[in-house]
Design a binder for this molecule. Structure first.
Ligand code: SAJ
Length: 432
């Protein structure tokens, strides 16, 4: 059974099903289709399906033309309800795993996908979970959900975990050149998952179990969250010492070994770094262990929007202005440079905090036409000279390549720069 599947994978005659066509699943489905596999993409979101069918991509790293080409060539097909998964040899689950308000993982999308799969599961298939989740999910949640089909994992079908390593907006590190970790519930599943990803990724990194692979991902993102929290704390240390945190981190970054620079900011956003470490915290609490680094990082990073708003208030005060009634133009609301995604963006928290204090807040972001926070909706303001001059303070919260910060520093009466976008520029600028 496994030898047959492995042979089909090597011959690229295996059919691949990808469940969930978001910023992880869509690039992955396109990659398999491009590599010559007949690929079925399952997407329950009608707007997403309609866009793809019209050859439009809603994921920045995937071109609509490429989707149309693959659909036209019959390499890629789409389904709203999983019909056709029974004909697939390999099934990859790429659905979201958000946190509930109670900070508990919400696996409803994973369980829903497994339900759709188990109704169509057949002997000889390989199932891989890519959704970022707490260690143990593949064994304790996915496996039983799939075995509701009456088939047994390891005997009738193979099961593995492989963390996604998609960095939205990163032109350098794409699927083919980003090493892929895979871990199966048994050696045969690991081997099959390694063969599958080996067809589209140059380097596959097999590990001893699905649980190990789940933890690898959480370590990767906890590493980032903790180090970002460290420099965010350094920014507050430098503020009290009258030092420039950007100079201090920049100088430390010249150390050619044993150091990796991270940069402070008004907080952390996106779907990964704020959430993934908390998945591990939740799991470990149930095991009576508290990963304190993660908790501390979550607290420090989570308090940065308040700190940034307080620094803005201090800058306005220095100019004889109260926050209340001041016109603040926020520059950059996406969660990181170069992306149009403002979900979970700390900039929105800062805007909300300032508006709550009575500031008249507007924003500009070349990638984000509309923003929503705390029940308020903002439409992007054009970055005209009038907008810059008319603001009592311009707050740079995300630094996009397209913005001319020299012009901002020249025109604005006062700038609070939380991303060092105005480094070396003259003007009334206060920095984080
Ligand atoms: N951030 C800082 N300072 C830093 C780095 C990031 O404040 O030094 C902030 C960003 O502004 C953003 C948040 O943290 O608000 C997250 O930034 P990120 O660069 O980690 O961006 P993500 O969330 O797109 O992270 C992705 C992750 N990929 C996935 O798991 C989906 C992560 O694994 C990658 O390591 C990361 O890209 C990357 O390397 O850029």
């Amino acid at each position: 059974m496994n030898a047959t599947l492995e042979k089909k994978i090597r011959a690229r005659s295996a059919r691949v099903g990808v469940v969930g066509l978001g910023y992880v699943g869509l690039p992955l489905a396109v990659e398999f289709a491009r590599a010559g596999f007949a690929t079925l993409g399952v997407e329950t979101g009608p707007a997403r399906l309609a866009a793809l069918r019209r050859g439009r991509s809603y994921v920045e790293d995937v071109s609509g033309a490429e989707v149309a080409r693959l659909l036209g060539a019959g390499r890629l097909s789409l389904s709203a309800d999983g019909r056709g998964l029974e004909r697939c040899d390999a099934l990859i689950i790429c659905v979201q795993t958000p946190l509930r308000k109670t900070k508990e993982p919400d696996l409803s999308a994973v369980i829903g996908a497994c339900g759709a799969l188990s109704r169509r599961l057949r002997r000889g298939q390989l199932v891989v979970l890519e959704s970022t989740t707490y260690p143990g999910t593949t064994d304790e949640v996915v496996r039983p959900a799939l075995e509701a089909s009456g088939l047994a994992a390891g005997r009738d079908f193979s099961l593995a975990f492989s963390p996604e390593r998609v960095d939205p907006g990163n032109a350098k590190w794409r699927i083919p050149n980003t090493p892929k970790v895979v871990g199966g519930i048994d050696a045969a599943s690991t081997r099959l998952a390694a063969a599958l990803y080996g067809a589209v990724v140059r380097q596959v990194v097999p590990v001893s179990s699905a649980k190990a692979a789940e933890l690898v991902k959480l370590l990767e993102n906890s590493f980032r969250a903790v180090n970002i929290a460290l420099v965010n704390e350094m920014a507050q240390v430098c503020d009290r010492l009258g030092l420039d945190v950007w100079e201090v981190v920049g100088a430390a970054a010249t150390k050619p070994f044993g150091f990796m620079p991270f940069w402070p900011g008004p907080g952390i956003g996106g779907h990964c770094i704020p959430k993934d470490p908390q998945l591990l915290s939740w799991k470990m609490k149930a095991l009576n262990f508290e990963p304190r680094f993660i908790q501390l990082a979550t607290t420090i990073n989570g308090a940065m929007p308040e700190y940034a708003a307080a620094r803005i208030a201090r800058a306005l005060n220095g100019a004889g202005k109260a926050v209340k009634g001041s016109r603040v133009l926020v520059l950059g609301v996406a969660y990181k440079p170069g992306v149009s995604d403002a979900r979970e963006s700390p900039a929105l928290d800062v805007m909300h905090l300032l508006a709550e204090q009575g500031a008249r807040v507007e924003y500009h972001d070349p990638h984000v036409p509309r923003a929503e926070a705390g029940g308020r909706v903002w439409r992007r303001r054009a970055l005209t000279d009038a907008a810059l001059r008319g603001a009592d303070l311009v707050a740079i919260l995300t630094a996009h390549r397209e913005v001319d910060y020299a012009r901002v520093a020249r025109r604005a009466r006062l700038v609070f720069d939380a991303r060092n976008a105005t480094a070396g520029l003259a003007g009334r600028v206060e920095r984080l």
